[in-house]
Ligand binder design. Structure first.
Ligand SMILES: *Cc1c(COP(=O)(O)O)cnc(C)c1O
Length: 469
């Protein structure tokens, strides 16, 4: 649910920010709910995460860098595991590795007892390098290659979420060749458009993922999978989008999926043992966001599923969910160094301050791609200066290279200061690119006052190594 706090703000002279953005009472305060649990301001005013000051981190590892609070990540993973483990006789939680995956993170997920979703051969390779138990891996993707399917079968992944008739045929043949039975779920378009940005809404009809219920494709996919001796049909899968704040979309998805499960029972005499409702649970990026917690989500989803099953006289299938962002997003912040500061005059006497940092759309594409909102703070010190409306931009050759569209930063922010952006654990490093030949930042893990690199900084030599001309 989003709180819109218009009014007071517009009384502030020159405030050209969005209506939800409040002039902070204390520009040094860390807005609650946006930061990793281990983030705080130290006695000297610097931001500390996991017991380490960002100044020390910057001195040791350079900027920009992603800073992950390991304890925060593990706590969020464990909260999902426990909340979903406690409903409907136990539901499985698959961490969506596409949000951010590295060998170390795959080990944390294994340690915490979660399952893992991958959606490419590359993500599968990371999981296998981490010796993640293959039976707890799910493989997604709308266009898995034969070689990706082959590797998944050879590794013994626990389930494959099939997405097209071509894939069903291909997988049946490959599994037969391996002499194994592949356990599959059918990706289902339930016809729900989650209330989120269009590019990340994935269950309405006119998009590439899954089989349509309305068009009878799901029924046909069920027939084909049941007819293939090398395929074992576990159930249906639905993922309705991302950055979703309430359970109403999941309610419609569960109802439509369970209607199909009831039809499958009536037509084929089989009760499908599993149901996956996907991920997409929202997190807070700014003060306008107010996400649910895992217990409320688990209770809400369990009630919806139990209710629908009662209505159809179906046994409750084993539920699974696939949170990515909600586990890794809030565990991480990005630390940048300020390189230039400019004030731009706007119409009507207002102005906007542009604070340019040493990264940008290469390490966080979400602002440019999804028009995402972020927040930030001056991290290398506290300031007594008045808050001014600022825009944090990167160093790339695009005017759309914005990291934080609108935030109040102290008026004395200067070259050499560090700026930290919270909520950058999901879809930032995993979507990072090398635009302008800017090497990708490292991922640094902090815990109990110590820091270590889990993904090193890319170098110009790394980039030039690919250039064989
Ligand atoms: C992206 C995706 C997820 C994870 O989404 P989040 O918003 O990170 O929770 C889960 N399942 C599927 C199939 C996805 O494509």
């Amino acid at each position: 649910m989003r709180a819109h706090e218009a009014g007071v703000l517009h009384a502030e002279a020159g405030h050209r920010g969005p209506s939800w953005l409040r002039v902070p009472d204390d520009v040094n305060a860390l807005y609650p709910g946006l930061w990793p649990a281990g983030a705080e301001r130290g006695a000297d005013g610097t931001l500390r995460v996991g017991g380490v000051g960002v100044g020390e981190l910057a001195a040791e590892f350079g900027t920009p860098m992603y800073v992950v609070d390991e304890q925060d990540f593990r706590t969020r993973a464990a909260e999902f595991r426990d909340a979903f483990g406690a409903v409907l006789g136990g539901a499985d939680v698959y961490y969506a590795g596409k949000a951010f995956l590295s060998v170390e993170v795959a080990r944390w997920i294994a340690d915490e007892g979660l399952c893992l979703d991958v959606c490419s051969g590359g993500e599968l390779a990371v999981a296998l390098r981490a010796e993640f138990p293959p039976e707890r891996i799910g493989l997604h993707g709308n266009n898995k290659s034969s070689s990706e399917l082959d590797r998944a079968l050879a590794a013994g992944v626990g389930r494959i979420i099939v997405d097209s008739f071509d894939e069903i045929d291909r997988l049946a043949q490959l599994a037969g060749g391996h002499g194994v039975t592949a356990r599959v779920l059918i990706r289902t378009k339930v016809g729900v458009e989650a209330h989120t940005h269009e590019y990340i809404a994935t269950a309405h009809e006119d998009q590439k993922f899954g089989f349509s219920i309305a068009g009878g494709e799901v029924a046909e996919a069920v027939r084909r999978v049941l007819a293939a001796p090398a395929l074992d049909l576990l159930g249906l899968h639905s993922h309705i989008g991302s950055q979703i704040y309430d359970t109403s979309g999941f309610e419609v998805a569960a109802r439509r999926a369970l209607d199909v499960q009831a039809d499958v029972r009536d037509e084929h005499g089989v009760e499908l043992p599993e149901l996956d409702l996907g991920g997409g649970f929202g997190i807070a990026y700014t003060s306008q966001d107010d996400p649910s917690n895992p217990s409320d989500l688990a209770a809400g989803l369990a009630e919806i599923v139990a209710h629908e099953c009662r209505g159809h006289g179906l046994a409750v299938p084993r539920l699974s969910v696939e949170p990515g962002r909600a586990i890794v997003g809030p565990s991480t912040c990005t630390v940048y160094e300020v390189g230039t500061v400019k004030t731009v005059e706007l119409d009507g006497g207002a102005s906007r301050r542009y604070v340019a940092v040493d990264g940008g759309m290469s390490d966080n594409i979400r602002t440019a791609l999804y028009d995402a909102d972020y927040s930030c703070t001056l991290a290398s010190r506290a300031s007594e200066a008045a808050p001014v409306l600022s825009r944090v931009v990167g160093k790339h050759c695009e005017s759309g290279d914005v990291v934080v569209k609108d935030e109040f930063l102290p008026s004395d922010v200067a070259v050499g200061d560090l700026i930290a952006v919270p909520g950058t654990g999901a879809y930032c490093r995993s979507m990072a690119n090398t635009y302008n030949h800017v090497p990708r930042p490292p991922v640094v893990v902090v815990r109990d006052g110590t820091a270590r690199v889990i993904v090193r900084r890319e170098t110009e030599d790394d980039l030039l190594a690919l250039d064989v001309g």
